[in-house]
Design a protein around this ligand. Structure first.
Ligand SMILES: Nc1ncnc2c1ncn2[C@@H]1O[C@H](COP(=O)(O)OP(=O)(O)OP(=O)(O)O)[C@@H](O)[C@H]1O
Ligand SMILES: [Mg+2]
Length: 267
């Protein structure tokens, strides 16, 4: 069975793509067969795994819902080498307009789930990186997601649209409840005021957040600059440790029995 995780927040720059890639590489490292799916026309995730310039992209599926998604599955790369257990469905700029034109299809919300059902490879996980907006492609991701990860950075605006986002998820899924987890990112543990303020806001909104969090470090930017996932760029760093802990917590949240990292949770 494949478990599908969507990463979404309508605020930009909160570390959705960074988290998608880091959690993806951590799952792959544990031996889980993992597929990353880029649903952002900015194609940052695709670029990060050296797949920013492919013949077939997720646009092909939204253009023609009968398109065979297997044709745009590529091994994820780091410094010219395939990353074991990690594949990617890339995006490119054309997704911005195509998702809009797909609105005309009667079963438009099923486009992604129907495409995923046809995948030949048996993935343990599919991780979907959403763009900072809510459009048809993102609603399709909400429909298929078993768990929604919402990265929030230490900025008041990061929690602003979450309740609206959740209303859309419930509407698309036609449910009153669904599984989600907020993940705090760019956490500066020295800045107690902002930390407390973020925690207070999360509590006031009655939202559930992971105990593990991604602390702030320049390593993320350096890794992107070198086109290497941060977990590979700095394997013995706090960045890798933080995402190992976040990955463990996600596996617990999804009640997955199987391998875990040995790592202390930083609270
Ligand atoms: N824990 C962290 N500490 C410091 N910088 C970080 C951290 N996580 C991510 N960043 C940096 O923050 C920036 C935005 O990250 P990212 O692209 O993942 O955000 P995003 O939510 O996907 O953005 P968008 O909404 O545009 O898709 C990047 O430069 C990234 O390197
Ligand atoms: Mg992004």
């Amino acid at each position: 069975m494949t478990d599908i995780i969507g990463l979404a927040n309508s605020k930009g720059g909160v570390a959705k793509t960074t988290s998608c890639l880091a959690i993806g590489t951590c799952l792959a490292e544990l031996g889980y067969s993992t597929l990353l799916m880029d649903l952002d026309h900015q194609a940052n995730l695709s670029d990060d795994v050296e797949r920013g310039d492919e013949d077939y992209t997720i646009t092909d599926l939204f253009e023609d819902p009968k398109f065979d998604l297997n044709q745009c599955v590529y091994p994820a790369m780091s410094q010219g080498k395939e990353i074991p257990n990690l594949d990617v469905v890339p995006a490119d700029i054309t997704l911005a307009t195509t998702a809009r034109s797909a609105e005309r299809h009667i079963h438009r919300h099923q486009i992604l789930s129907d495409g995923i059902k046809k995948l030949k490879k048996n993935y343990d996980f599919i991780l979907i990186d959403c763009r900072p907006a809510i459009d048809l492609s993102i609603e399709c991701a909400f429909l298929v997601a078993d768990l929604l990860i919402v990265p929030v950075d230490m900025d008041r605006r990061a929690t602003k649209g979450i309740l609206d986002l959740f209303e859309t998820v419930k509407e698309v899924k036609r449910v009153e409840d669904f599984n989600y987890l907020l993940v705090k990112t760019k956490v500066d543990t020295r800045n107690k005021i902002m930390l407390r303020s973020t925690d207070d806001r999360i509590e006031q909104l009655g939202l559930k957040a992971a105990k593990a969090q991604a602390r702030t470090t320049e390593l993320y930017k350096q890794a992107t600059d070198n086109k290497v996932p941060v977990t590979h760029f700095a394997p013995n760093s706090r960045a890798h440790d933080d995402y190992k802990a976040i990955t463990n917590e996600i596996l617990d949240e999804m009640k997955i029995k199987g391998p875990r990292f040995e790592v202390e949770v930083v609270v």
